[in-house]
Design a protein around this ligand. Structure first.
Ligand code: ZN
Length: 350
């Protein structure tokens, strides 16, 4: 028998602090958990109408849940009132707090909301930092921007959701203890972002696109990326090369982004047939890979997307929510489509 709904409208709720970039669904679930309630019991107890549920196609995967709880103005005002957390504070911490399609002010709408597929991809925040901040081991999904995927204190890289033959892969983080160059690249990324703002995001997204292309088509002589995969996931390096691919190519991505953000010349008139293009030579030297002098490794539209990359106005809110380049991949990434071939199970000959 379902337990009767508590009436929470005569008491103040415990103040559960939202983590920066946390999903609404996670924050409300933690708030409910602090009162030993489920999300729907908490909402019911605050006389918030049960949210309409729009299921996620392909299922919701464990800690990487892709459903987001969008509360309307009335429901948001009620949460703010009973937790005594100002709405401005919730808006600042939770990127999707105000993303409900409101049809009126808080006073005009019956408190309610909707559960629907999230419009942004979420990752799981550093587990050690989460325990330190919340006192709980429960994973906290967050819309971390690309330049926040690394926790330098605990040397973790937040991975997005992955599947293998359609089955969720249970890894949420890569460990960077043996790859200090990835942590150094993170500091360089932050400097790039501080100096160039949203242009740095574009450059990093373009560079990540290129390095991923190169990682997948690299000649056998390329050892740095496979070796890094081995340092991150020694037991199954080939799987980790696909799973943590963004981390594995990250030092080269950030170095290359530092070049691209300055919009290097891509003009071809300086080149004769059979001669390397100056930009390819520069990149090969910068990344210390001779094989990158070969024009075959470059997309035909390289010039176009260096010269005509979109430029964003410096708008703090839009910028804060930028999650390139992970956002381009959609939500769940299938490992076999990234070229990972799982080993065959041993056959039983008897
Ligand atoms: Zn941490």
């Amino acid at each position: 028998m379902p337990r009767p709904l508590p009436d929470l409208t005569h008491q103040a709720l415990r103040r559960i602090r939202p983590l920066a970039f946390e999903t609404n669904a996670s924050f409300i679930e933690r708030l409910a958990g602090a009162h030993h309630l489920t999300t729907s019991e908490l909402l019911g107890g605050l006389r918030i109408h049960p949210p309409k549920v729009h299921p996620v196609q392909g299922g919701d995967y464990g800690p990487h849940a892709r459903s987001e709880l969008y509360l309307n103005a009335g429901a948001r005002a009620r949460i703010s009132q009973y937790t005594s957390i100002p709405d401005a504070h919730l808006t600042h911490a939770l990127p999707c707090w105000k993303d409900h399609r409101d049809r009126g002010s808080a006073a005009e709408t019956r408190p309610g909301g909707a559960m629907r597929p999230s419009s942004l991809p979420a990752v799981i925040g550093c587990p050690h930092c989460t325990v330190a901040r919340t006192g709980q081991a429960q994973p906290v999904p967050r819309y971390l921007p690309h330049h926040h995927l690394v926790c330098t204190r605990h040397r973790t890289w937040a991975l997005g959701p992955h599947t293998l033959n359609g089955v969720p892969v249970p890894h949420t983080h890569a460990l960077l203890h043996k790859t200090p160059e990835i942590v150094r690249a993170h500091h360089a990324h932050l400097r790039l972002t501080r100096r160039w703002g949203p242009d740095a995001d574009d450059a990093v997204a373009q560079a990540a696109h290129l390095t991923e292309r190169w990682r997948r088509r690299a000649p056998k002589s390329e050892r740095i990326w496979p070796d890094r995969a081995h340092l991150i996931g020694s037991e199954n390096a080939s799987m980790w090369e696909a799973l943590a691919r963004e981390a594995i190519t990250y030092p080269e991505t950030i170095t290359l982004a530092g070049l691209l953000v300055r919009r290097p010349s891509t003009r071809y008139h300086q080149t004769r047939p059979g001669q390397s293009h100056p930009l390819h030579t520069t990149i090969a030297r910068l990344l210390n890979r001779r094989w990158l002098q070969n024009p075959a490794h470059y997309p035909e539209d390289l010039a176009r997307y260096i010269q005509y990359a979109p430029r964003h106005p410096t708008n703090d809110t839009a910028y804060r929510h930028h999650t390139k380049p992970t956002s381009r991949e959609g939500h769940t990434v299938e490992l076999t489509q990234l070229g990972y071939q799982p080993p065959r199970p041993p056959t039983n000959n008897q």
